[in-house]
Design a protein around this ligand. Structure first.
Ligand code: HGY
Ligand code: MN
Ligand code: MN
Length: 419
């Protein structure tokens, strides 16, 4: 029997089924305190992908992997010659991550496909639900790697050559996990891309909003920093006689924090998420330390200023302590605006559900940043409890997940049938 083509572009998603799938996925690669631990291309990540593929294949969808392990789930449309409308996010998580970061966008997309399947509706355009590889960048830097090589925003060598703390390359992890496919990078070309995500900050919850239409993403820069001094005995070495890289770093980072906090817009962000002493020992003055710096701002020119300040502050602290410092920029993701027409379409979809939805920038990076360079792109946010994410306690309300999935579905169907 021929599926009916939807002319009325409104179908109701199934909120309970979405929530059940979110909780089922959370049971795969759980972290010790109720969160998720599915680092990119680990067994846990692969187990999550396997479960997702199972769900997708139950819907007569066609699953393919590209050379970077990006997983594309295709639902045929009336006209196969048309570029597909895509939506998705990521299933990999932080080491002590939450159950909604990335997963919500993937499983809300699955819920759209399930709803179309059960109503036997075929859209005019084909649809592609995408699971991007290594969005988090925790095991393999930089972040948003799979979407980066798909969109030609990240050199293949920087993606496939990235290594984890054990020296395993991403290329090897792809092979060993069976996630390397043969779909050429950059295919399929997309008509448009939608990504639903938790906000991962406090704005929506504090303003009592249930949804936010995302107009763009702030700029992000990552740096690898190495301070080198001289290891020496903790006891007999007078403070004046030391060349201590760790205290030099502390000195420089406190000065950098003051600069960031002095930013007049209040939009500057400085994070030191990794700090390692080489061959640590409590009674040895460190010889060498490594740290990772994450700088963000909604204005690229201010990020240039902050980058200069980073070199100036850390350089001055190193000189004062008689140590050396090396700063290497690992990643630069510019401030990224999303597509005005898609922003309007999400806004209209929310209004039709009786909601006036605020517009906002994203503080977190997302695969949508990369995809926006090759297809019209937009994001939709729901609040998360206390604005907490990248934390096992991350939580989103079932009704917000359902609302986000519903408006996502409405906007996708609009685009797929009338775009
Ligand atoms: O770093 C980020 O903003 C994203 O969570 N990968
Ligand atoms: Mn995410
Ligand atoms: Mn994340």
């Amino acid at each position: 029997m021929q599926p009916t083509t939807t002319t009325s572009t409104r179908i109701d998603i199934n909120a309970e089924r979405l929530w059940r799938s979110l909780m089922d996925m959370a049971a795969i690669g759980p972290s010790p305190n109720g969160g998720s631990r599915r680092l990119a291309l680990t067994e846990e990540d692969v187990a999550g992908r396997r479960q997702f593929r199972q769900w997708a294949e139950d819907l007569d969808c066609h699953c393919r992997l590209d050379e970077a392990g990006n997983l594309f789930v295709r639902r045929e449309g009336q006209d196969a010659s048309l570029a597909p409308v895509a939506f998705g996010s990521h299933l990999d998580t932080q080491p002590l991550g939450g159950r909604f970061d990335g997963v919500l966008g993937v499983l809300a997309g699955l819920e759209v496909l399930r709803s179309l399947h059960e109503h036997d509706i075929q859209t005019r355009r084909p649809l592609e639900l995408v699971v991007w590889t290594n969005e988090e960048g925790s095991r393999f830097a930089p972040a948003m790697g799979g979407s980066g090589v798909y969109a030609g925003r990240l050199e293949s060598s920087a993606f496939f050559g990235a290594t984890d703390a054990d020296g395993t390359s991403l290329a090897d992890a792809l092979e060993e996990s069976g996630q390397r496919g043969d779909l050429p990078l950059g295919t399929p070309a997309l008509d448009a891309y939608f990504e639903l995500h938790i906000e991962q900050g406090p704005v929506l919850e504090q303003s009592g909003e249930s949804l936010g239409v995302v107009t763009g993403v702030q700029g992000i820069r990552w740096y690898d920093v190495c301070f080198t001094g001289q290891s020496a005995h903790a006891g007999p070495t007078p403070m004046s006689h030391r060349r201590d890289p760790l205290l030099a770093a502390a000195d420089g980072l406190v000065a950098m924090r003051d600069d960031v906090e002095a930013d007049p817009s209040g939009n500057a962000r400085l994070t030191i998420g990794e700090l390692n002493v080489v061959e640590p020992s409590r009674n040895v003055i460190p010889g060498e330390i490594h740290l990772a710096v994450d700088l963000r701002h909604v204005d690229d020119a201010r990020l240039d200023d902050l980058e200069s300040a980073l070199h100036r502050r850390l350089g001055a602290a190193a000189a004062k302590a008689g140590v050396s410092v090396d700063i290497e920029r690992r990643w630069r993701s510019p401030v990224t605006p999303f597509d005005p027409d898609l922003i309007a379409s999400l806004d209209a979809a929310a209004r039709e559900r009786g909601m006036m939805v605020p517009l906002m920038m994203s503080g977190a990076g997302h695969d949508a940043v990369n995809v926006s360079h090759v297809a019209p792109t937009v994001m939709l946010f729901i609040p998360c409890r206390d604005g907490i994410s990248h934390n096992e306690a991350e939580y989103a309300e079932p009704e917000h997940c359902a609302l986000g999935a519903q408006v996502l579905c409405d906007a996708i169907l609009d685009r797929a049938n009338h775009g």
